[in-house]
Design a protein around this ligand. Sequence first.
Ligand code: PHE
Length: 369
Amino acid sequence: MSGPNSDYDPVEVTPLRADEVEAMRDAALDAIAGAQDLAALKQVRLEHAGDRSPLALANREIGALPPQARKEAGARVGKARGEVNKALGQRTAVLEAEHAERILVEETVDVTLPTDRVIAGARHPITTMSERIADVFVSMGWEIAEGPQVEAEWLNFDALNLGPDHPARTMQDTFWLEPAEAALVLRTHTSPVQARTMLTRKPPIYIACPGRVYRTDEIDATHSPVFHQVEGLVIDEGITMAHLKGSLDHFATSMFGDGITTRFRPSYFPFTEPSAEVDLVCFVCRGAAVNEEGDTCRTCRGEGWIEWGGCGVVNPRVLVACGVDPDTYTGFAFGMGIDRTLMFRHNVEDLRDVFEGDVRFTQPFGMEI
Ligand code: PHE
């Protein structure tokens, strides 16, 4: 067994020789000068100035030397380490400055460059039109009612006096949902909201119901399988056709301006009796049927009137089906196309433009508040 080597008294330790220390220092200085970026310099610092670097290891040997040799070696190693640290400091400063400069160049923002034009979205004109219509009725003290687009067959037809074999059912070509036993349809009109309202609340009822409806129509310039209606329903004591006429005249004037009133033409709807088609005074020729040059008005095709919707006095059979006493109450109802109203009001010639979602069409409407 060997004991501690107490008489070990080296005069010289290889790593502490002047040439060795210089070689270590030079290797460190070369590596520092060669580091091209801060990450590389970090690695160099670890290798040449870290705890396990040759100079640090050499430094540990100093203690083993006799005093004189220790002093010399200490000075040598200390000087070398000092030089390395100084070089590291200088190289760090240079690389940091370069880095900052590169970032300034790389991340420069040219504020004078023209930007891509981002088209700000606009609300869909059908939405704005529905709200405008709702406002007309709200300002008369009516309420806005809504109903589901997937509707019970009974509410879409039967409650409105359109029984299973009623010939008028074919007037409204219907999308049926599967399974057939569920008896569900995509509502063909907003009239089921009338039935829903009468079934759930007591008169007096003054409601307008804008909403989306569906029919199996082919798409063309004036038809779409998806379109929008606004339904109006009033149930109160002593309501007559005159109240209906007055309300629709007010509605027409609010939408199209002073002087644009309505006329009724006799018609048929199962849910109203009597029933009428509603026409508007042509808002282009204002009923004259000819334009300023004396030519036939193109908008109303020389009629002086434009078809707008349907209306009538609520059929007592509908009141009974919906739990309203027809001996106490009477009422009126009407239904207009919102899309049609938009087309008239803004001179839109093709209904497809309304539904295709091209921002070039919807954007100008966004300006309307
Ligand atoms: N629901 C009818 C339609 O879609 C319009 C209407 C509503 C007619 C209310 C009279 C009364 O054609």
